[in-house]
Each structure stands twice: as C-alpha cells, then as structure tokens.
Design a protein around this ligand. Structure first.
Ligand code: ADP
Length: 329
C-alpha cells in the first residue's frame, strides 16, 4: 500500500473482540464522515490480529456500499493473546508507522479498549473507541451498538417458544447470552412477558422459582417461560431444569439461544446509534481527542477517557432490575 501523502490525514479502523450487529453500519459511518473531511481510511482486517500482521487495505466507497444492513463485521474480528504481549504490540506499531496511520478507531468492547489504552500509552499513537457489544455493559454510554438487535432477537425467540409452551402446556427455560451482564435477560424477559427470571447473582433464585412454579401450577397454570441469564456458565439452564424437576416433579424443556443473538440485521436503533457514534468518532479525531471512547449519554455524545471505561463492567440500573422483579414472578 502507498505511503501517506505529505500533509494528508489517514485513520485506521478495526473491529475487535465479540462481533455485534451494527458494526458494519459504524464502519460505513466512519468512512463517509472521513470522506467528507478528506481523510483517508485504512481498513484493518481481523482486529488486533490484522494490526500485528499488517493486514491493511485502503478503503474505498465500494467497501462500505450495501453493508449497513449486514450483521457481523465485514472487516472481520478476532481475539488474540499476542496483542497482550510487548512483542505483539511492537509489530503493530511498526506496521502503523510504515504506512503512516495518524490514529486508530477501534469498534469493540471493554477488552479491546484495555488493549487500545495500553497501546496508546506505550506508543503515543492516538486511539478512539466506539462501543460495539451485545451485552450493553460498557461504562460511558447508555447503549452499546448491537444490544438493541440482540434483545429483539431474543424477544422473537421467546415469542415463538411461548406459542409451543401454551400449546403443549409446558414449562420452558430460555437461556440468553451475556457473560457478565444480565441486561439481555432482564430486557428480553420484560419485553417477552417472562413468567420468571433467573439471574446468576441471585442465590435464592432456584428456591423461589420452585415455590412460585409449584404454587402457579397447583392453581391451574399449565405453562411458563423462565428466562435465564447465562452468566459465566453457558448451558447451566440444564442443571436448573433438573433441580426444578427434582424439587417439583414438573417437567420442562431447555432452549439455549446462544450465538444467534450475535447475528442478524441490525435494528433501526442500532443503525442510528452506529451512525451517531461513527461520525462523532471521526470528528473527535479531527478535534485532537485521543484515548477516549465515544458514547451517547442521555441523548448527547459523550467522550469518556479509556481509564474510566475499563474500570469494570457496568451493572444494570436498579430501576430496571426492580421493574423486572415486579413483572417476572
Ligand atoms: P471485547 O472487546 O469484546 O471485550 P475481549 O475482551 O476478548 O473482547 O478483547 C478483545 C481483544 O483485546 C483481546 O483478544 C486482546 O487482543 C485485546 N485485549 C484485551 N485485554 C487486553 C489487555 N489487558 N492488554 C492488551 N490487549 C488486550
């Protein structure tokens, strides 16, 4: 690839960590905003892996044509241990310097921003983050790109399962994603009218669930949907179902939604958020901002320094947890 022309501006863009619907809409927004401002965009394939291997290409309009509605990421993504090593980050620095990238725009989650922050501190290469994650647990933004699509995918599945639950008179456990975030379970549970919600942090969840199910089924209820947050133990709904059977003799079926929640065409909400954050990230770069994540807080664009973003995952607000407790029992 050609070296940057003197006086011109060049930014690199990559997607990293878990993919989320809306990442493509973000890439498109970044490219189009940069194009307006005469800034060249270098596409970096497969996240930090591509940065280490120098897997770069000069982006053109055609690369962002017809991608706004696509799930996943056309740039590809990865998780790589090599970027956690000084040697790995040195290779990445050399590649960036060789072709003259002035700043890196990173679409990903808190892990990616941890890497970006370290990289900037070591090399002085400016980095700007954009939150792309289905979990919606990144501080500094009310919503991360991909969350709205993920809860709508979960909701569609819950609605379909409800049809068969009612028809057969059956108890269903529907396990939804979210490593350390319960928010997909909470919001899809509320929206889907789940009869019960099981969150990993709740020690009394199973006991309470057994009591409630026994009471409801003795009173004539024939079906129920329990939404379970997978937490750190994907698949643990099977052991919950077994425990509930042992305690109540009520049979059930388990559905693990898994990776289908990551895929699919982004919702309008996610595309609009992607547009706002992608364009704002380019403007933040032109104004000299670096080491920040671009988010949206109470309908305004907010730049939050990486050290405040990577402090830990954001827990769901108490209001929504209370709402879920009122409606799902
Ligand atoms: P996400 O960005 O979705 O949270 P991960 O936590 O898997 O995803 O992080 C994505 C990548 O970011 C990792 O594979 C690694 O290359 C890089 N990364 C994460 N944490 C660090 C860290 N402490 N130092 C350097 N790089 C990191």
């Amino acid at each position: 690839m050609n070296v940057k022309a003197p006086g011109s501006s060049r930014i690199g863009v990559l997607t990293s960590g878990g993919d989320a619907p809306g990442m493509n809409a973000t890439i498109r927004a970044i490219y189009r905003a940069a194009y307006e401002l005469d800034i060249e965009v270098i596409g970096i394939r497969r996240g930090f892996t591509g940065l280490i291997e120098g897997d770069f290409f000069l982006m053109e309009r055609s690369h962002v044509a017809n991608i706004i509605h696509l799930g996943g990421t056309t740039l590809g993504t990865s998780r790589t241990e090599e970027f956690k090593t000084i040697d790995g980050r040195k290779k990445a620095t050399e590649n960036i310097q060789n072709i003259g990238i002035d700043a890196l725009l990173i679409i990903g989650g808190d892990g990616s921003f941890r890497g970006a922050s370290l990289f900037s501190d070591e090399t002085g290469i400016p980095t700007i983050g954009i939150p792309g994650s289905i979990d919606n647990d990144i501080p500094g933004t009310d919503f991360s790109i991909g969350f709205d699509t993920a809860i709508n995918t979960a909701l569609e599945a819950i609605d379909k399962i409800r049809d068969t639950a009612i028809s057969h008179g059956r108890l269903f456990f529907v396990e939804v994603m979210g490593r350390s975030s319960d928010l997909i379970a909470i919001e899809s549970g509320i929206a889907g009218g789940a009869e019960y919600l099981v969150l990993p942090g709740d020690k009394n969840a199973i006991i309470n669930l057994c009591t409630q199910i026994t009471n409801a089924f003795s009173a004539g209820k024939r079906y129920a949907i329990v939404v379970v947050a997978e937490g750190e133990r994907p698949g643990y709904s099977f052991s919950i179902a077994e425990e509930v059977y042992n305690k109540t003799s009520i049979e059930s079926r388990v559905v693990i939604l898994g990776h289908i929640q990551r895929g699919g065409s982004p919702t309008a909400r996610d595309r609009v958020l992607a547009a706002k954050l992608g364009v704002s990230a380019v403007y933040a770069y032109t104004k000299g901002h670096a080491g920040v994540m671009v988010g949206e807080l109470r309908r305004s664009i907010a730049l939050t320094p990486f050290d405040k973003v990577i402090v830990g995952r954001q827990k769901p607000e108490q209001n929504i947890v209370r709402l879920a407790k009122i409606l799902t029992k």
